[in-house]
Each structure stands twice: as C-alpha cells, then as structure tokens.
Design a protein around this ligand. Structure first.
Ligand code: TYM
Length: 336
C-alpha cells in the first residue's frame, strides 16, 4: 500500500495479552471487529507480552502463547498485508512512553481500576508495581500510534477512559501532542459470559474448563460445552437480564449466524432449551472449525510467521519513534 493511501486512513490500534489460549470472547469482543474494520483503517495489532508479565509467566509457555496468538490473529481473518502485526516488547518505545506517562498519572487513578482490583485479588501473592501501572502501559500502546479508534470488549472501557484523560492532560500541559482516541465497543458480543456461571465474564483463567470455549477446542468439545451450559429457570428463549444463561447463548448464536435477537426469539418460540442448545452448539462449532484449521496450518510454518512479526515491528517502530521524539522534545529531554 502506498504511503499516501495509508495517510488518508484513520488509525486503529488494539492488543491482546499472550497469557493463555484465546477464547470465543476474545473473538467477539475484539478480533472479529478488527477484521470487520481492517479495510477502512490503518491498523496496528499487538501481542502485549509486557502486559502479560504483570502476572507470573513460565518463559517457554509465554513464548509459545505469543506465537500462537499471532497465528490466531491471522487465522481469524487479520490480513498481514493490510495491517501491522507486532509483538509489544519488540518496540521499546512502549516501555519508554509508559515511564513518562507514569509521571503524569495519579496513584489514585490506578488504584480505582477494577481490573487492578480483580487481579490483585486473584494474584494476592504477587501484587507488583507493573500490575498497578498496567493501564498506563496500555495508554502508551495507544497514544504512540496516534490511534483514532480502539476496538475492545467492555472490560477495557475504564482503561480507555484513563488513556483519554492522560492524552488530554499531556496536551493541555505541553500543547497538542496526542490524538485523543475513541473506544469501539461492539453492540453484540462485548461481554461473553462463562458457560457455567453466566453472571461472570468468560475468562481464559477459569478453573472450570467447561466454562470457556477456546478457539482451539475441537467441534466435539465445543458442542459438549454448549450442551452442558448452565441455563435459567423457565423455558422461554428470550433475551433478557433475567435470563443471563439463555441471553449469552443467544449472543453466541447471533454472532455465529448473523441473525438478530428477535429473529432467534421468533424461530425458537415454543422450542425447549435442549433443542435450542443443540442448534447453538452446532452453529458455534461450524463457525470456529475453519479458524482452528487455519490456525494449525499457520502455526506449522513458524518461519513465515516470524517474518510477518519482524516486518510488523519495523513498521510499528517507525510510527512509535515519531511520537516518542515529539514527547521527548516537549518535556525537555536533550536531543543531540
Ligand atoms: P485481554 O488480553 O484481557 O483481552 C483481549 C480483548 O478481548 C476482550 N475480551 C472479551 N470480550 C468479550 N467477552 C469476554 N468475555 C472477553 N474477555 C476479553 C477484551 O476486552 C480485549 O479487548 N488490556 C488489554 C490488552 C491491551 C490493549 C492495549 C487493548 C494492552 N494494550 C491497547 C487495546 C489497546 C487486555 O488485557 O485485554
């Protein structure tokens, strides 16, 4: 793509932590929307390994998950020809800008973050400074690229709000430096719930494996998990806050088939939960199957994958270093 063409487009950035296998919530809350938006934006997608080490990681596993995640981005439909795909630690500007932004962030701002509160509870033996400053690094990821749009699931909304505040604060103190980004939170699928406790978010670290549909699960595993999903009292197929289990399955069916909630309600009028779950199970398995197949194919050719990531890091670094130089100059660092 020519430079001029890239410049005409607005910038989009998003990222995922390589801290486990991806689940269907990552697809619906994030990657699916990246794929839908990739033609209209100049996109940067990053595998945020610096974020991942805010909780304890086993080095061999972290390396594997990082490459798995890159392969999964492509398997889900991200085109490396159209987008910049890179590993966060390959672009040192992220850590540099994060340090600077740390000096403009209040302790109170970070301690209010719900993800910090949740993770400090989950990892009470390791509440480290990195975990506390995690959202500031995320702000650096976004602001380095002058992103206009950041597609994320609902749980990242508060971090985006902090990012916007930091950008505005810096711009106010030092004149216009950062673009103030907008979040993009999809209307459907921004918060997929656990199949076993539908009032709780689906998570890769859930101890109950039946609660989470991984993108690497076989058809049979997907079908079994959905058939055993916890549902609600009553028998009606209806999208409602009183029916979190059924609403969650309706969301998955809507995303797998492109049907609206009212179409699904009409179609399943008078039909029991069992038959409905079977339909959701086969539709979701059919949706994930080609992603898994493609993932295995891409992962079999690590050399090509690493080339994509190497090129991605070069191109990300070009953009990031421009912003960082501007920041250094504004805050008074000597540039020789
Ligand atoms: P992470 O790695 O926890 O999740 C990646 C993306 O998936 C979304 N997501 C979900 N969406 C719907 N339902 C769910 N159950 C679900 N679980 C996860 C998340 O909202 C997210 O969009 N801090 C980020 C990573 C990050 C980032 C960034 C994102 C670092 N720097 C810059 C955007 C821009 C995180 O922990 O996401």
């Amino acid at each position: 793509m020519s430079e001029a063409k890239i410049d005409e487009k607005k910038i989009l950035l998003s990222g995922i932590q390589p801290s486990g296998n991806l689940h269907i919530g990552h697809l619906t809350g994030a990657i699916k929307n990246w794929v839908d938006l990739q033609d209209n934006y100049n996109c940067f997608f990053t595998i945020v390994d610096l974020h991942a080490i805010t909780v304890k990681q086993e080095p061999t596993q972290l390396r594997k998950w990082t490459l798995d995640l890159a392969a999964m981005f492509i398997a889900c439909g991200i085109s490396p020809e159209k987008c910049t795909l890179f590993i966060q630690s390959h672009v040192t500007e992220h850590a540099q800008l994060a340090w600077i932004l740390n000096c403009f962030t209040g302790m109170g701002e970070c301690s209010r973050m719900t993800q910090f509160k949740d993770k400090s509870q989950q990892h009470s033996e390791n509440i480290n400074v990195g975990l506390f400053a995690y959202p500031v690094l995320m702000a650096a990821d976004i602001l380095l690229y002058q992103a206009d749009l950041v597609p994320v699931g609902e749980d990242q909304k508060q971090h985006l709000e902090l990012t916007r505040n930091l950008a505005q604060r810096f711009n106010f103190l030092y004149s216009d430096t950062f673009k103030v980004p907008e979040p993009y939170i999809p209307p459907v699928g921004a918060r997929i719930m656990s199949l076993q406790e539908p009032t709780k978010k689906m998570s890769k670290s859930d101890e109950n494996q039946k609660a989470t549909i991984f993108l690497t699960d076989s058809d049979k595993e997907i079908i079994n998990k959905i058939k055993r999903a916890v549902t609600d009292s009553g028998s009606e197929i209806k999208f409602s806050p009183e029916k979190p289990g059924i609403s969650n399955l309706m969301t998955l069916l809507a995303l797998a088939t492109g049907k609206s909630f009212s179409q699904i309600e009409d179609e399943f009028k008078g039909v029991g939960y069992g038959e409905f779950k079977s339909e959701v199970a086969t539709s979701v398995a059919k949706w994930i199957n080609p992603i898994r197949t493609k993932f295995i194919e891409i992962r079999a050719n690590d050399k090509h994958l690493k080339e994509i990531l190497l090129n991605g890091a070069d191109s990300a670094r070009r953009q990031a270093s421009k912003t960082l130089r501007k920041v250094f100059k504004k805050i008074g660092f000597v540039q020789l």
